[in-house]
Write a protein that binds this ligand. Structure first.
Ligand SMILES: Nc1ncnc2c1ncn2[C@@H]1O[C@H](COP(=O)(O)OP(=O)(O)O)[C@@H](O)[C@H]1O
Ligand SMILES: N[C@@H](CCOP(=O)(O)O)C(=O)O
Length: 302
């Protein structure tokens, strides 16, 4: 039996559109084993609307891997225990890709290195900001072309807490990407480049006081705001409650605030959400530093 545990990820973190992402301590677990023929998918925990046929994203990622190595896909049973809410901007699709590639790697005895899987996963998702931290943990800064992806992994300071504010409605990445413009004014390019560099450097040095400015964005948040009721008010309120920095998680609709005052922040935000039409859950999480883990027959492999 193969077991894979993959963390949720938050991409962009403000200005790092399609480049910067971070793993969070929230996980999907998948078990897989070969069976004589066919495909059996059991969703033990998680959303009932996840497909259990060949369109399932874990299975599609497994098929992609087998195609790459030129071998037929064996019959298999997959059991999912999902804790990452899907279509909320917390990298559930990246978690499926990472789980699928790890399962296929183990099942086919291919022994691809983690580094090879990092490259394959980034090409499969098309942007490296979810799959790279999902595989490696921490915060990653990546840049890619058709052949290659270069990245740096940064360990996230242990004293940083992330208030992950998840609404009861979904927003697909596809829809949120369709809202983006094809051109960005030069002044916005300068705005984002300076903040993305400041964000990366500040996370390395631990200069938390920079985060308020370093997490500002003009590439995607202003264009996605209309898809997320009360987004601006929520982020502004989070700042008045002491957030060091705030951003839209991935393509949204989840919002994240970096906080130090965990208990009081949560209490104040829960009160604030009580006055809004939509239901918002607040989870206080820390960064996952190690990324996806794989067990074969209960032995931890990596
Ligand atoms: N646990 C899962 N198992 C199978 N497919 C999943 C799972 N989670 C997400 N997906 C697929 O990924 C889609 C969501 O991807 P996306 O819009 O990129 O949102 P997210 O921000 O959650 O990654 C879902 O509609 C579903 O097709
Ligand atoms: N850079 C992407 C990130 C999408 O992340 P997800 O968690 O919403 O899938 C984007 O902003 O479109």
């Amino acid at each position: 039996m193969i077991k894979v545990k993959v963390p949720a990820t938050t991409a962009n973190m403000g200005p790092g559109f399609d480049s910067i992402g971070m793993a969070l301590q929230m996980y999907n677990i998948a078990y897989a084993e070969e069976i004589e023929e066919g495909l059996e998918i059991i969703i033990q925990e998680g959303s009932p609307d996840i497909p259990t046929d060949e369109t399932n994203l874990i299975y599609r990622s497994i098929c992609h891997f087998y195609k790459e190595i030129g071998k037929p896909v064996p019959g298999m049973r997959i059991i999912q225990q999902d804790h990452i809410p899907h279509t909320r901007g917390l990298g559930s699709s990246a978690a499926c890709i990472v789980a699928g590639l790890h399962i296929a790697n183990a099942m086919s005895h291919s022994f691809f290195s983690k580094e090879e899987l990092v490259q394959m996963a980034a090409q499969l998702e098309g942007h490296p900001d979810n799959t790279t931290p999902a595989l490696l943990g921490g915060m990653t800064i990546g840049a890619m072309n058709e052949e290659d992806m270069k990245y740096v992994k940064v360990k996230v300071a242990e004293n940083l807490h992330f208030a992950v504010m998840i609404p009861d409605f979904t927003l697909s990445t596809e829809k949120a990407r369709a809202a983006l413009p094809t051109h960005i004014p030069l002044k916005d390019g300068v705005f984002n480049a300076s903040r993305a560099a400041l964000l990366a450097a500040s996370m390395i040095t631990g200069d938390v006081e920079n985060l308020s400015m370093a997490m500002e964005d003009r590439f995607h948040e202003p264009y996605r705001e209309s898809l997320i009721p009360n987004m601006r008010e929520i982020l502004e309120h989070a700042k008045t409650c002491g957030a060091k920095g705030t951003f839209l998680s991935g393509a949204g609709p989840t919002l994240i605030a970096v906080v130090r005052n965990v208990v009081s922040f949560r209490k104040e935000m829960v009160e604030f959400f009580g006055g809004l039409e939509q239901d918002w859950q607040v989870q206080m999480l820390q960064a996952d530093q190690g990324g996806a883990k794989v067990w074969i027959d209960e032995e931890l492999k990596y």
